[in-house]
Design a protein around this ligand. Structure first.
Ligand code: SF4
Length: 327
């Protein structure tokens, strides 16, 4: 068994890469997913976000919990492919207010999204109020300012994966950054009139389950203190090989639907006892059906979370006909 805590970065990379299952077949002329989802506006209203999952070159980091590489290319993305993918999706999606361009890595990684395509991407985004892209903190630099200026009308929002504010776990996740790196990137974005969204994991490897709630709370607070307008709670999911191995070793338990519910409930319940929330917290429900939950009430409970995301307050758990007690 590899002791990840003591291993250096090279050993962690070897561990992560050695356990990977096969990559999915993807086409650089097509996004690997696109859909419209609802999000709260922050003023009580709801907005529609057109979300396009872009096919591009794999992210150069190899985070221990990441399975996004499955739908990526091994070679640099051909020039023109990203605008082609965006056009393909927009022609098929209903109208929306926000455009999310998620590329399973960093939008400002030039091997993933060629710089030469930024202008055309910006022109395709022109009718939207807001454009959200994701990026590793290490790649947040002047290129984000140039893209902000190319956009013209729409407000740029950059999503950073903090994952956790627990420095030791962050290192063991092989994220290649510290909490201070995250703060530096966040502060650069805010100083330059770019909004900040943050991804926080629910369910951490190497940490006992009873400590998850406190870790999530601290990560959400760290995100808001860094200026986040939105924090998205993402349940850590199996599927990349590494987490399966850590589960086998007793170092990871996949989070259940109840863990995600408690993370969101905790944030809303805590409102009175802490400083007023400066932003929105969302439970990420993209893969919620895969979370362990009793079949009798899982769908109703995911639906409750969807509503809580929109109204930003708690709702009672739905009655459970079989008496499973929402385990
Ligand atoms: S930086 Fe993000 S996309 Fe890249 S490997 Fe880590 S989690 Fe995955």
């Amino acid at each position: 068994m590899i002791e990840l805590g003591a291993a250096d970065r090279a050993a962690r990379e070897e561990f992560v890469l050695g356990l990977r299952p096969a990559r999915d077949a993807v086409d650089p002329s097509r996004p690997y997913g696109f859909f419209v989802e609802e999000e709260p506006r922050g003023d009580g209203g709801t907005l529609r976000a057109a979300t396009i999952l872009l096919t591009n070159r794999e992210c150069p980091w190899h985070c221990l919990m990441c399975d996004l590489w499955k739908n990526t290319l091994e070679a640099p993305t051909p020039k023109g492919a990203i605008p082609q993918q965006i056009r393909f999706a927009l022609e098929r999606l209903p109208p929306a207010d926000t455009l999310k361009l998620y590329n399973a890595g960093s939008f400002f990684d030039r091997a993933a999204i060629p710089r030469e395509d930024h202008e055309e991407i910006a022109s395709l985004a022109r009718g939207f109020e807001r454009v959200v892209v994701e990026c590793h903190p290490a790649l947040v630099d002047d290129s984000s300012l140039r893209f902000r200026d190319l956009l013209g009308g729409p407000r740029l929002e950059v999503a950073l994966g903090l994952e956790t504010a627990n420095e030791e776990i962050l290192r063991r996740l092989n994220k290649g950054m510290t909490v201070a790196d995250f703060r530096t990137a966040a502060s650069f974005l805010l100083r330059n009139r770019i909004s900040l969204r943050v991804f926080v994991l629910v369910g951490l490897p190497f940490l006992p389950r009873k400590e998850w709630a406190a870790a999530t709370r601290r990560s959400v607070e760290t995100s808001f203190r860094a200026g986040a307008g939105t924090v998205s709670l993402i349940p850590t999911r199996l599927g990349n090989g590494t987490l399966e191995e850590l589960r086998r070793q007793g170092q990871f338990q996949p989070p259940t639907l109840r863990d995600l519910e408690m993370a969101l409930e905790d944030f809303f319940e805590g409102e009175e006892g802490r400083a007023p929330a400066t932003g929105l917290v969302l439970a990420d429900l993209w893969d919620a059906d895969a979370l362990a939950a009793p079949p009798c009430c899982a769908a109703a409970r995911v639906n409750r979370l969807r509503k809580m995301n929109l109204i930003q307050r708690n709702l009672p758990l739905p009655p459970c006909p079989s008496g499973c007690r929402h385990s």
